[in-house]
Design a protein around this ligand. Structure first.
Ligand SMILES: [Zn+2]
Length: 466
């Protein structure tokens, strides 16, 4: 069966053909570890995960690389503003290295909570300075770089296809030139490959190089780490759509200039934004929600994964707590159903797979990862009265290889959770006895936020999950 993916480079769905039969090289831009990931970032990693699971479901031998950006780059998506890592380190009174280590760990914990599979290779930018320097030397040798004001720049006028990915028009360059204050640039789209003149006095991270002591521009790390682990030409590169115009456009220019491979990457896939009140969610903005914020409000992280799967990765997804709550209700109902059908399971999965449904499932994931339709198909299977619970469970476990909702490990609420709820109910009963109704109501609301409703009767208080 053919796998079709929407390739930003071609602006259409294309049949996926790997460079090497049966093998896929996949690179995903990873986080800049100066703060927690916000849930908009995490949506992109759920999309990456669905892609990697789909490739594996299709039988490909996958090598997935996701970098960790632990060397400072500038605060805006364009090449300007303050240094993110340095700003974070000042805020938290840590060295930039401590900051990076702390937030890398926090990021990996988030991925685990969302049931996101760990990529095969997770390289850190600071471990690959030598490789970055080598590529910059190649770019220089091939005539695409110049030195100005102490920094090495990429000369975009020498690169004929610059802006192909983003379909950049001349108008965009003119707009950019008005906001860009860097007088060293020969062309508005030029960008720094290596800095020796930092705008920041206290820049901690500096390395010796043939261009002088300094540090790399942001974009070069992705070219260095992808080529080291996947070769100078590879199959798929992913990221959020905010990377198309600057970061990925510059990655292509510098990599093709260095390696002389066209196209450097065959398929570019981009995940859309999560939006709150029509604004893109950004770490620097006011609407910064992290996964722990959702947990604090009583949401299981896997409910957020389910919420992400309700929209196609190329559609904007509007976030609201009401929307998340409705996903929680659907997910809890699904969970109860899975626990119910699982009781009939005898472990003989493969003999019983209903191929009509698995073929349909494969068609949907292979049609550019159509997860909303996969969820609809899953509910259809659950409602089908012609198939037994055993067979339903087998089919769902097969779907879960891509959905990643953890059907296999679903079980009734564990005693500890029950214990916590019972304790709160007792506290509420005591408050009621003491006529502290404000406190009693507060506890009721607190439980409601955790997805628990209380029913008072003459035999005492009972609770159930919404
Ligand atoms: Zn990147």
């Amino acid at each position: 069966m053919t796998l079709k993916l929407y390739n930003t480079l071609a602006r259409k769905k294309e049949v996926f053909k790997p460079i090497k039969d049966g093998e896929v090289g996949l690179y995903s831009c990873g986080p800049t570890v100066y703060n927690y990931a916000h849930i908009g970032n995490l949506r992109t990693y759920v999309f990456n995960d669905v892609l990697r699971r789909t490739l594996k479901y299709n039988g490909y031998n996958l090598k997935h690389v996701m970098n960790i950006t632990d060397v400072g780059h500038l605060t805006s998506d364009a090449d300007s503003g303050e240094d993110k890592m340095l700003k974070g380190a000042k805020r938290e009174k840590k060295t930039v290295y401590e900051l990076a280590e702390f937030y890398t760990k926090a990021f990996m914990v988030d991925l685990e909570k969302l049931n996101i599979e760990t990529p095969e290779i997770i390289p850190k930018a600071t471990d690959h300075i030598k490789e970055m320097i080598e590529i910059i030397r190649k770019i220089e040798k091939n005539g695409y770089a110049y030195s100005a004001g102490g920094n090495i720049y990429f000369d975009t006028s020498k690169f004929k296809d610059y802006g192909r990915l983003a379909r950049l028009e001349n108008d965009d360059s003119e707009k950019k030139s008005r906001v860009d204050a860097d007088k060293n640039k020969r062309n508005p789209n030029d960008f720094v490959l290596w800095f020796t003149k930092s705008k920041f006095d206290e820049q901690e991270m500096k390395w010796d190089s043939p261009f002088g002591k300094g540090y790399p521009g942001w974009h070069i790390e992705c070219s260095a780490m992808s080529s080291k682990y996947l070769g100078e030409q590879f199959d798929i590169h992913t990221g959020g759509i905010d990377h198309i115009q600057v970061h990925h456009t510059n990655e292509i220019a510098q990599s093709e200039a260095a390696f002389n491979k066209h196209p450097w990457v065959k398929y570019w896939l981009h995940g859309e934004f999560l939006v709150i009140d029509k604004d893109k969610m950004a770490k620097s903005g006011d609407n910064f929600l992290k996964l722990q914020t959702l947990v604090d409000k009583g949401f299981d992280p896997i409910v957020y994964r389910y919420f992400c799967l309700t929209a196609h990765y190329k559609q904007q997804l509007k976030f609201s707590f009401d929307g998340l709550e409705s996903s929680r209700n659907s997910f809890n109902a699904l969970k109860n159903k899975v626990i119910e059908i699982k009781k009939d399971d005898d472990g003989e999965i493969h003999k019983r797979l209903d191929h009509r449904y698995t073929e349909e499932f494969k068609e949907l994931i292979n049609d550019d990862l159509n997860m909303p339709k996969v969820l609809a198909l899953m509910y259809h299977v659950l409602k089908d009265e012609k198939i037994s619970n055993k067979d339903k469970y087998s089919i769902l476990l097969d779907f879960d290889r891509v959905l990643g909702l953890g059907f296999k490990n679903m079980k009734e609420e564990i005693a500890e959770v029950n214990g916590e709820i019972e304790a709160l109910i007792k506290e509420r009963d005591n408050a009621k006895k003491q006529k502290d109704f404000a406190k009693a109501d507060k506890i009721r609301n607190e439980l409601k936020h955790k997805g628990i409703v209380l029913e008072d009767s003459k035999d005492g208080t009972k609770w159930k999950k919404i």
